[in-house]
Design a protein around this ligand. Structure first.
Ligand code: DAH
Length: 348
């Protein structure tokens, strides 16, 4: 009997390589452990043995059974691996060199934003962010923009029904939530929390109900700047913005202030730049941002004493800066995710 068992294992070992499908495996198993299989037949012989030999022989049978199970499962593994490869293609060899791949690039708007921030960081501005979903108070009231001001018109601003207060914030009467039309709201949030001096820059996404065309987008990006301290004046504003544009567009860049109006600054200006490094735009005066001295009414909303402190603020569109920097003529290119466009802006 022992010899029979031995032969049976040998047979399984030498036969296993010929088994390559699930059906063949089923037949192969049946040859040994099926109702008429060789192991089944041998184990039936146990009944005829003398009692004292039964346990020894039973143990042997179990060993052989386990040995066979091992062979069956290694055949099963092989079959599954072949099936898997047929489904998924050949196994990956992680030690092989990778196929050539293109590293990604930062989006040109991200690059422009980082360039702007980098310049102001070097002269002491810190970056602060505010929510995109804002209240009328932070976007308008506190920025000296009364309810009757045209900037509040439904044409300009997305109003949202519902209450989206940030955790722990107080509700003001009759206040609506809006998608912020500018980042100037962050001025108020910052001053309400900090004592002067403050010197901040606030980049972020803004929304307006604009019809999309080559220069307008309902969703765009701004960078807001604010400096409040004792005895801040227009010269400081002009010096900082001159420095900024010379870093951005080159040292021969000139600026000019044109009188303008913003509810939260008095006086207010639009700033234009002229430079020789701007391709098709070289030599032309180009409007790039709005700015001015913080209106004392704004200080009264945040508990600052307008007799003690003064400040300047400015706000610019990131898209506009990127378009000037790279000579891009249509704002829609930024949002179309066309790799042929995006790959032209290698990260700096
Ligand atoms: N918030 C203005 C806008 O969206 C831009 C702006 C102008 C911001 C003048 C300022 C400023 O801080 O002083 O058009």
């Amino acid at each position: 009997m022992e010899e029979e068992l031995h032969a049976l294992v040998k047979q399984a070992e030498s036969g296993q390589n010929a088994v390559s499908t699930r059906a063949e495996l089923a037949d192969f198993k049946a040859t040994f452990v099926g109702p008429n299989g060789s192991l089944t037949t041998v184990s039936k012989g146990i009944g005829k043995l003398p009692n004292d030999q039964k346990p020894v022989f039973g143990k042997k049978i179990n060993e052989v059974k386990q040995r066979l199970e091992g062979i069956f499962s290694s055949i099963q593994d092989k079959i599954e691996a072949v099936e898997f490869e047929a489904r998924m293609g050949p196994a990956v060899d992680p030690s092989l060199p990778v196929a050539e791949s293109q590293p990604g690039t930062e989006h040109p708007l991200t690059q422009a934003r980082e360039q702007i921030i980098g310049i102001f960081r070097q002269i002491g501005f810190t970056v602060v962010e505010g929510p995109e979903l804002e209240t009328e108070f932070f976007c308008f009231d506190a920025l000296n923009t009364p309810a009757s001001h045209p900037a509040r018109d439904m044409q300009d601003t997305y109003y949202l029904p519902g209450d989206f207060r940030l955790h722990g914030e107080q509700k003001r009467d009759d206040e609506s939530f809006i998608l912020r039309p500018h980042t100037s709201a962050v001025q108020i949030r910052t001053m309400a929390k900090r004592k002067p001096p403050v010197r901040i820059l606030s980049p972020g996404r803004c929304f307006r109900r604009d019809t999309v065309d080559a220069t307008h987008s309902a969703n765009f990006h701004q960078v807001e700047g604010l400096y409040v301290d004792r005895e801040v004046n227009i010269r400081d504003l002009k010096a900082v913005l001159d420095h900024f544009v010379q870093e951005l567009f080159g040292s021969d860049t000139r600026t000019r202030f044109r009188p303008s109006f913003f509810p939260f600054t008095e006086p207010s200006f639009e700033m234009d730049v002229q430079s020789t490094n701007l391709g098709k735009l070289s030599g032309r005066w180009i409007e790039i941002l709005g700015c001015g001295m913080v209106d004392p009414n704004v200080f009264s909303h945040v508990g600052y004493d307008a007799e003690e402190v003064s400040g300047y603020a400015f706000g610019m569109g990131v898209e506009r800066i990127a378009m000037i920097l790279h000579g891009i003529d249509d704002i829609r290119h930024f949002y179309q995710n066309d790799l042929r466009f995006l790959q032209q802006f290698k990260s700096v």
